[in-house]
Design a protein around this ligand. Structure first.
Ligand code: GLN
Length: 544
């Protein structure tokens, strides 16, 4: 079949969940046996979100080929189980960079270089890039931003042109918001009408409308919207707030979104999508009654999206272990010896979060010392793993000045240090150790038994590394380097044997955890946390 292109735009307000709707549609099409991928086009000028701080844009997701990507790519992978790459995330910065490079090379043969056609052609070329591989039946393209933004205009113009060129092989899904006005006790359709009108003004007629709403939109109102917006009545679907994002594919399927898409694109619909494994997950999610309590120690805990992939990985792992996840955010800047006991004593397990820079770092050491001494299942990720190493050096190896070169380049013992290759790099963007690297695990480690393998591949995003000069001292004192890169011997995983569960990974296991394929290390961590919680329950019962 010819590659079909679905464009997803958004109107009225931002944060409507275009990413979740795109991912849900992809999930359903995939469950119908189609080969699907999703790409995100972001209208900002940054080349990629790698240099944006989490306050600006939430988590930075990392693809297998080392692209620092928009967090929506994380949703795409979690919902579809299909890996994305650099080609799945394009920004205005990248479009312009490529056009300007071409101009400097003389590729435009003396023409005046303009938004139309040069920028739009570059956008279109990028939209079709994955389609040209022949690997996909459906390419879903999410256009970042909101219709009406100045920055989105070149993208919308490209969508308009592509729809014209591709005919039935292109389709536009527009996501809008239907607010409920409490004072009037009414849902309001006017913002939707206006945003569709704005889309029509730039020459795009949406084929399908998805209405994001907090309350059920009555049929009469759906009809009215369809009529005013030139859209078929059955192609107006609603997306009511759900307790979990993982219910959205089912809600979309109940309203036949996947069938409508196929029908409109002349793709035969055979039977039902194979959603049984997904339903199995949802069933576990709904049936879980008991909790597992995990403390996440980090400095961005007030931000909903800063640790998105970790939250989702924990949630998936808890669900598969038949538990509800109770995630307690613990601000590392506010943690000290006077309050650590009170903040951590009810945790079944503790995660020490990734991060950059000095702020909040001392609180992570306080948490780690307490967890190590109280033998709490503890999981350090990236900076969290580096903190495990530093804390151990300070308090067990007796190196009080131990540190990471990132925090203090002149510390007496930089047990976390810059790699030789990194020393000459001065640019910030895209220069870290990024993407998937192989790791060989010791067979008798917790990590190897979690994965059921000694050869794994996980994704990285960091500059600093365990300093191998100290390795034998760590091992002699009881911290084992159980995972290393087979080519470079860089340490990837540390453990303290004899503890309930003490694992630090230089890589980010959260980037590979999906609904249908949860990350084994998170599953193992949650199992250890549950076991520890049960142990404490028995102890508490005995002392009562
Ligand atoms: N700041 C650390 C480094 O660059 C860790 C990065 C991270 O946690 N992602 O090595």
């Amino acid at each position: 079949m010819e590659t079909k292109y679905i464009f997803v735009t958004g109107g009225v307000v931002s944060s409507l969940g275009k990413g979740i709707i795109s991912a849900s549609l992809a999930c359903l099409l995939k469950a119908r046996g189609f080969r699907v991928t999703i790409q995100k086009f972001d209208p900002y000028i940054n080349i990629d979100p790698g240099t944006l701080n989490p306050y600006e844009h939430g988590e930075c997701y990392v693809t297998v080929d080392g692209h620092e990507a928009d967090l929506d790519l994380g949703h795409y992978e979690r919902f579809t189980n299909v890996q994305t790459t650099r080609a799945n995330n394009v920004t205005t910065g990248r479009i312009y960079q490529s056009v300007i490079d071409k101009e400097r090379r003389g590729d435009y043969l003396g023409k005046t270089v303009q938004i139309i056609p040069h920028i739009t052609d570059e956008i279109k070329r990028n939209v079709k890039r994955l389609g040209k591989t022949g690997d996909y039946d459906f390419i879903i393209t999410e256009i970042g931003g909101t219709v009406g933004d100045i920055e989105s205009l070149p993208y919308l113009e490209s969508v308009r042109q592509l729809r014209w060129e591709l005919g039935d092989n292109a389709l536009c899904v527009h996501l809008t918001y239907v607010p409920y006005l409490k004072a009037a006790k009414e849902l309001k359709t006017k913002p939707t009408q206006h945003s569709v009108k704005q889309l029509q003004e730039v020459g795009i007629q949406p084929d399908i409308l998805v209405l994001r709403t907090e309350r059920e939109v009555p049929t009469g109102m759906l009809r009215k919207i369809a009529q005013f917006c030139n859209v078929d009545v059955d192609a107006v679907v609603q997306s009511i707030d759900r307790p979990s994002i993982y219910e959205v594919p089912i809600a979309m399927h109940e309203q036949h979104l996947d069938e409508i898409v196929c029908r409109k694109m002349d793709v035969p619909v055979n039977g039902e999508p194979h959603m049984a494994p997904w339903m199995h997950f949802l069933e576990k999610m709904h049936n879980a009654t008991e909790e597992v309590t995990i403390g996440l120690v980090g400095k961005y805990v007030e931000l909903q999206d800063a640790y998105k992939s970790i939250n989702e990985s924990l949630f998936q792992a808890a669900t598969y272990n038949d538990r509800r996840l109770k995630l307690v955010y613990i601000h590392s800047e506010k943690l000290d010896n006077s309050n650590v006991d009170e903040k951590l004593r009810d945790m079944d397990g503790v995660i020490i979060a990734p991060g950059f820079g000095q702020r909040g770092i001392e609180g992570k050491f306080v948490a780690l010392k307490w967890c190590r001494e109280h033998d709490i299942p503890t999981f350090g990720i990236c900076l969290g793993m580096q903190c495990m190493v530093i804390e151990f050096a300070r308090n067990v190896l007796g190196l009080p000045d131990a540190n990471s070169t990132e925090m203090n380049p002149n510390a007496a013992d930089n047990v976390i240090d810059l790699m030789e290759e990194q020393k000459s790099i001065s640019n910030m963007g895209g220069t870290m150790r990024l993407g998937a690297y192989e790791c060989t695990l010791l067979p008798d480690s917790i990590t190897a038994s979690a994965y059921g393998s000694t050869d794994i591949k996980e994704r990285h995003r960091h500059r600093f590394e365990f300093n191998n000069d100290y390795r034998s001292r760590f091992e002699a004192a009881g911290m084992r380097c159980v995972g290393e890169n087979p080519a470079t011997h860089l340490v990837e995983v540390v453990e303290i044997p004899g503890k309930r569960w003490w694992v630090g990974t230089q890589y980010h296991p959260e980037y590979t955890s999906t609904v249908l394929n949860p990350n084994p290390l998170f599953l193992s961590f949650i199992r250890a946390a549950i076991a520890y919680g049960e142990e404490r329950n028995i102890e508490n019962a005995a002392t009562k």
